[in-house]
Design a protein around this ligand. Structure first.
Ligand code: UD1
Length: 367
């Protein structure tokens, strides 16, 4: 009798949202002897995000195992980041080829490793496949389309994503609608979310502050635009603004001379801290996709500073409203939230905290 071969599956992470998306897989894997017998994971950190606040702290909080290797590629242009990652991952695969490569989301590490794996005939599995903003000016949209065009297995967060893939000719048998793995992390963290010191220091009161997050190049790299946005935020004492600043945004803010006294600029928050700030705010203003999903699950009013979204369910079922560059609308929306007149949200299908379980069940049956 031929003994079943143990599968070697690479899991690629590079940037902050990736860490949150893979943590639930390890949480279940660690406890499941049956799966451990069948599958060995090799966690690969590309080092795209490297600051303590952006990487290490999330690994610690979400108990993600130490990566097998860290490529430490750091910052750079898109081509620099992708090419460095590709060279390093190719070396890793040549030393020991894996059976599958799991990539998550839409960051440069996702794109670079999916191409490298595919060229070495390693099957590519994409978690969060099929999201489309239809906006090719977004680097993430290019990453999503290229990754999906060469992936073998597609795990999706929604039926919209399934439809997008099918429209592009992906065979139904390779698509698995498993739900949103980011929500697994959110639900797994409930017991760890405590009032952070920063919250106390800023003397914040529940539902009496605005949470602001910005990191998309389109919003933060253009100084004039960034300044215009900030000037359109309310500047009243009764409603504080808390702004955990992403390193990319920090660079641009340095070039804005005006002082914005009404905004509390703080360092990036850890995953648990951010969850607390989000849960207790009046409204969140953001350009992050992941935050719109979390706001929907927390039933928090959410304004997105983009004209489109690859996550339509956050608008259709959830609490999200797209404002784009129409900054003048922001104060009306804040008033609406203040008066408790925000639309009600429904939690999208299969955003139930069990996505990682479904994924591992499917992987278990792979050869
Ligand atoms: C990346 C992803 C984006 C994701 C975001 C989450 C791509 C194309 N973009 O954007 O999809 O939503 O991560 O945060 O992959 N920096 C630091 N320390 C760090 C990381 C970055 O100082 O640990 C600074 C560097 O100056 C760097 C800049 O932030 O140049 C941008 O980082 P980068 O990884 O290029 O992209 P993000 O804007 O973080």
């Amino acid at each position: 009798m031929i003994k079943n071969k143990k599968l070697l599956i690479d899991i690629i992470v590079g940037a902050r949202p990736n860490f949150i998306k893979v943590a639930p897989i390890f949480k279940i894997y660690k406890k499941d002897k049956k799966i451990k017998k069948k599958i060995k994971f090799r966690l690969i950190h590309t080092g795209q995000h490297y600051d303590h606040d952006m990487s290490e702290i999330i690994f610690k909080q979400l108990k993600i195992p130490k990566p097998h290797v860290n490529f430490n590629i750091g910052s750079g242009s898109h081509a620099q980041q992708c090419s460095k990652i590709m060279l390093k991952y190719e070396e890793t695969l040549i030393q020991k080829k894996s059976d599958y490569c799991i990539v998550v989301g839409d960051v440069n590490s996702t794109l670079a490793c999916s191409i490298t794996a595919k060229k070495l005939n390693v099957k590519v599995i994409h978690i969060e496949a099929g999201l489309r903003s239809n906006d090719m000016t977004m680097p993430e949209e290019i990453n999503r389309i290229v990754t999906d065009s060469i992936s073998d297995i597609f795990f999706t967060t929604s039926r919209h994503a399934v439809n997008n893939l099918m429209k592009e000719g992906v065979k139904k048998k390779n698509i698995y609608f498993v739900g949103n793995i980011m929500i697994d992390s959110l639900m797994n963290s409930v017991d760890f979310i405590k009032k952070p010191e920063t919250f106390k220091k800023l003397k914040l009161e529940n539902e009496k502050y605005i949470l602001l997050t910005l990191h998309r190049p389109d919003n933060v790299d253009n100084i004039k635009k960034l300044k215009k946005l900030i000037l359109n935020l309310p500047s009243e004492d009764k409603l504080k603004i808390v702004f955990p600043v992403h390193p990319r945004t920090k660079r641009s803010l340095k070039n804005i001379e005006t002082h914005f006294k009404f905004i509390n600029f703080i360092n990036p928050l850890s995953y648990f801290e951010f969850s607390y700030f989000l849960k207790k705010c009046l409204i969140v203003i953001t350009d992050s996709g992941g935050v719109t999903e979390e706001a929907t699950v927390y039933s928090k009013p959410c304004i997105t500073l983009r004209n489109n979204t690859e996550r339509p369910e956050t608008v259709i079922d959830g609490t999200n409203i797209l404002v784009g560059n129409h900054y003048k609308k922001i104060s009306n929306f804040i008033n609406k939230a203040y008066k408790g007149k925000w639309k009600r949200s429904k939690i999208p299908e299969m955003w139930d905290g069990k996505t990682a379980t479904r994924i591992l069940k499917i992987l278990y049956n792979f050869q």
